[in-house]
Write a protein that binds this ligand. Structure first.
Ligand code: CUA
Length: 126
């Protein structure tokens, strides 16, 4: 308390108000992060739907997977993320791609004859 009072007196002595400064600092220190973009995908032998998604660089993204028939995998090697996608539940994967470009996503759990063809693309836009 004594410290705060002394500080307030010092500001007053300098003819300054702390309020605008604190407001400025507050905006910088407590800036709200961007709302995550939520993208829903369905995993089903042997594809993801949609097969291509678009997100913005630097904005957090939540991929919401629902598998309808099998424990598919989700892997995005370039971003070093993967998850199992068990059927009947929503599996959420949080991403934050900083660099624009095209990133492959693929199934990495063997799910049948055409497993190797189960892949999609995420376009990260600047
Ligand atoms: Cu789906 Cu492998």
């Amino acid at each position: 308390m004594a410290v705060l009072t002394r500080r307030a007196l010092m500001w007053r002595a300098l003819g300054l108000s702390a309020t605008p400064l604190l407001a400025t600092l507050g905006r910088r220190a407590f800036a709200q992060p961007a709302e995550p973009q939520v993208v829903k995908l369905v995993a089903q032998r042997f594809r993801y739907t949609p097969g291509e998604i678009r997100v913005q660089a630097g904005r957090p993204v939540v991929l919401e997977f629902t598998s309808v028939d099998f424990v598919h995998g989700f892997s995005m090697p370039d971003l070093n993320v993967r998850a199992d996608l068990p059927p009947g539940v929503v599996t959420r994967v949080l991403l934050n791609a900083q660099r624009p470009g095209a990133y492959e996503l693929l199934c990495d759990n063997f799910c049948g004859d055409s497993h190797e063809e189960m892949h999609g693309r995420m376009i990260v836009e600047a």
